[in-house]
Design a binder for this molecule. Structure first.
Ligand code: ZN
Ligand code: ZN
Length: 421
């Protein structure tokens, strides 16, 4: 490869570019902002570089909160089962919410082993997840409501790499996963910041086309799938760079390929089958098949992890309804890699998807300051959870259903056939 195509050839240089992208494109961190980070211990080399770039960008204070797989497992193995699993660090999440209200940005380095908790008692896992969801809500609402600029950036950890490349020795698996991350995050180009500006322009054109159409519903068809997803009244397509309510334009996900919007929580009908496994907080849920009636899941099956899936759906009333629908071309770089990352940040960007649970209120017109009850009347779903799972593939077709009830081809065999393609 010529040097101008791959100027950052060493691992250290590519890692530094990824950290720079997280701060400059992902967060667009402003001088004078605080930054609250979360990251796995295995990602410290990336964390240190992000911290450097954050201070170079003018951060006043960077506070990384570090997690560790062995520490997480110790709780499930040794904590007293009767009391321990309904406890969550509300004090910590309240402090995070306070930091966000004070203007702090939020960056999460993600690299979890998707099967970390799969051998643990699903009852304990569900209780712990529920307690965490409730405690995290005040902070999460500020993130999902885009009160602040935020970003997720990936890191290859041994636990994750083992799942993606189970046949390779650990060191080689980690190296291959880093290569895949750098490719998916568009790091391996002469000017990653300019490349992201181009990519954001494509996503913007696509969402503007869909906003102009103002479809009443989307109709997905494929093997095991015949699903009509009604769209919320005044739904807005989002994707790529977003302006947070603090006025900062950020890229919440790196990588990202999706355009997404708010479905109508009461107008989803039919059957849908997942096209990729769902890694949900340590458990892998495979071959999900669910049926919706009046927007609600009335039947839920999976060949693996069905018990966890049903518990998730039972979290609250809104957990059985949709809060997001997203379109991703099958030719996205992540899909083209042919890898199953077993991580939603990647796999959701390889395929069109839906999410159970909380809607992004920013995907609704004129939603600023409007109470959730009023947005619910327009179809926005409310829940403690928000879980994306993949329903698109090279075999899935999507039609847009106009307000007049006519079907217009939107995607064929997983590719856009209308709008900027
Ligand atoms: Zn999504
Ligand atoms: Zn989502």
């Amino acid at each position: 490869m010529p040097d101008d195509a791959h100027p950052a050839t060493t691992f250290e240089a590519r890692l530094d570019k990824l950290a720079m992208l997280g701060v400059r494109v992902g967060l667009n961190l402003r001088a004078g902002q605080e930054l609250v980070m979360t990251a796995p211990l295995d990602a410290m080399p990336l964390v240190r570089r992000i911290v450097e770039h954050a201070y170079k960008a003018g951060a006043t204070l960077v506070t990384p909160l570090i997690s560790d797989d062995a520490v997480a497992l110790a709780r499930y193995r040794h904590a007293h089962p009767d009391a321990a699993f309904d406890v969550a660090p509300g004090w910590l999440f309240n402090a995070m919410a306070e930091a966000f209200k004070g203007g702090a940005a939020r960056l999460a380095v993600v690299g979890d082993d998707p099967t970390l908790l799969s051998a643990e008692d699903p009852e304990k896992v569900a209780r712990a997840n529920k307690a965490r969801s409730i405690a995290y809500r005040p902070a999460l609402e500020l993130i999902t409501g885009f009160a602040i600029n935020w970003n997720l950036v990936p890191a290859a950890t041994p636990g994750w790499a083992r799942q993606v490349f189970p046949d390779l020795p650990e060191a080689q698996a980690v190296e291959r996963l880093w290569d895949a991350i750098f490719a998916a995050c568009r790091v391996d180009v002469a000017d990653p910041v300019a490349e992201w500006a181009r990519h954001n322009a494509t996503l913007r054109a696509r969402r503007e086309f869909l906003n102009g159409k103002d479809f009443s519903a989307l109709h997905f068809r494929g093997a095991g799938t015949d699903l009509r997803v009604g769209l919320a009244e005044g739904h807005l397509w989002c994707g790529g760079a977003e302006e947070a309510k603090n006025g900062i334009v950020c890229n919440p996900n790196i990588p990202t390929e999706e355009v997404f919007t708010t479905p109508h929580a009461l107008r989803v009908e039919g059957a849908v089958r997942s096209t990729k496994p769902l890694a949900y907080q340590g458990t892998l849920i495979e071959d999900i098949a669910v049926r919706f009636e009046g927007g609600r899941i009335v039947e839920a099956n999976a060949t693996r992890g069905a018990e966890v899936l049903r518990k998730v759906i039972g979290t609250d009333e809104g957990a059985a309804r949709l809060g997001e629908v997203a379109l991703v071309p099958h030719s996205s770089p992540i899909s083209a890699s042919g890898l199953l990352f077993r991580n939603t940040l990647f796999d959701e960007n390889a395929a069109s998807h839906i999410a159970l649970g909380q809607a992004y209120t920013t995907c609704l017109r004129d939603s600023a300051g409007v109470p959730m009850e009023a947005l619910a009347k327009r179809g926005a779903n409310a829940s403690l959870i928000h879980i994306d799972w993949m329903i698109g593939s090279g075999e899935v077709d999507v039609d847009g259903i106009t307000q007049g009830g006519e079907a217009e081809p939107l995607m064929r065999k997983g590719e856009f056939v209308a709008g900027p393609v």
